[in-house]
Ligand binder design. Structure first.
Ligand SMILES: C[S@@+](CC[C@H](N)C(=O)[O-])C[C@H]1O[C@@H](n2cnc3c(N)ncnc32)[C@H](O)[C@@H]1O
Length: 326
């Protein structure tokens, strides 16, 4: 990298551009404009190919998959020469993309937001959004993303996260599920999930979303490792309420907890526009009036005993008392 103490030419800019899934229809107007504004475009060869017709007259720097830091260093060097650089990522640049490594390189070199090189992050639809859109509505309740890549993350860290989110009943999007060399990670993910989830939990595997080789496969947690999964696949694992109907994977938002979904009538004890009777206030009231101890309540609700004990030690608020009386 160039010496940071050399003066920078004015006007340098780094644009971290998320391309979305890779089809032109899903490239945002701002992403297109950022590429048009750039003098230099840097990216992984496949992403450069995705936007090839927008690159005429520009300096194009193609890098391999593993050269993320090189891409960031190159972008910084060019920006210091006063150039406008678009660093392109698939999906969103901030989701397992170039945004993090770029800031790490910039901070390491002593860059600050005031130092004359502007940085703009241009969001794009991430694989979890685009893959979800192709299979239905799997992310309509709490979800998270876990990457199975152990190239930079120790396996015990990944395994602990898989175990925790499986137990906590999140819908999960698995990024980087499998590659030519990394074939066992998805098998271990399944093993950890099966400790907490039913074998027939719905799973959707989306490969090359919105690209010419797009493929969508529905399966179950038990059978998912038998499916065609590769570097360009995202694996969506449902929660305990997720179902598949008419070829669509849906995770209920929770309306059935409050309403009769057919008639729209509110269940007894529930009110439209108010927290559920088992929401925080109602639940606290129930804890105080249950007559049970912290250990029993902790086991009942699968929550830490010290948390329940702390709640029981606090005097019920007027709100709690009102809920208990309702
Ligand atoms: C290094 S991560 C990049 C993620 C990207 N920044 C994003 O926001 O989607 C690469 C992983 O993203 C997922 N992915 C990216 N593009 C995809 C696509 N078009 N279809 C399915 N999965 C995709 C795959 O899990 C792949 O292994």
């Amino acid at each position: 990298m160039s010496d940071m103490h050399l003066p920078s030419a004015a006007g340098g800019k780094i644009m971290l551009v998320g391309l979305g899934p890779g089809s032109h229809e899903h490239l945002t107007a701002r992403a297109r404009a950022a590429i048009a504004e750039a003098d230099t475009v840097i990216g992984y060869v496949t992403y450069i190919r995705l936007v090839a017709e927008l690159l005429e007259g520009k300096e194009v720097i193609k890098k391999s998959m593993t050269e993320e830091l090189d891409r960031a260093i190159e972008a910084f060097d060019r920006a210091r020469q006063g150039r406008k650089v678009a660093l392109i990522s698939s999906g969103d640049a901030g989701v397992y993309g170039m945004a993090g490594p770029t800031f790490e390189v910039l901070f390491q070199a002593g860059w600050t937001p005031e130092s004359g090189i502007e940085v703009e992050i241009i969001p794009g639809a991430s694989a979890l959004n685009t893959c979800a859109a192709l299979v239905g509505a799997p992310l309509t309740h709490d979800f998270c993303a876990i990457s199975l890549s152990d190239l930079l993350t120790p396996w015990p860290t990944i395994a602990r996260r898989l175990d925790a989110v499986a137990a906590a009943d999140f819908v999960v999007a698995l990024y980087n599920p499998k590659s030519g060399r990394r074939t066992r990670q998805i098998v271990e993910a399944r093993r950890l999930f099966l400790r907490h989830r039913r074998p027939d939990t719905p799973v959707a595997i989306v490969k090359s979303a919105y690209r010419p080789k797009q493929r969508v496969e529905f399966t179950t947690l038990e059978k998912m490792t038998e499916c065609d999964i590769g570097m360009l696949s995202t694996v969506l694992i449902g929660n305990s309420n997720t179902f598949v109907q008419h070829g669509l994977m849906v995770t209920p938002r929770g309306y059935h907890n409050k309403y009769d979904v057919e008639s729209g009538a509110t269940h007894s004890g529930e009110q439209a526009g108010r927290s559920l009777s088992t929401g925080l206030t109602g639940w606290l009231a129930g804890l105080h009036s249950s007559g049970l101890g912290a250990a029993e309540l902790a086991a009942l609700h699968r929550l830490p005993e010290d948390y329940i004990a702390a709640l029981l030690a606090e005097a019920p608020t007027p709100d709690d008392t009102e809920e208990a009386a309702a």
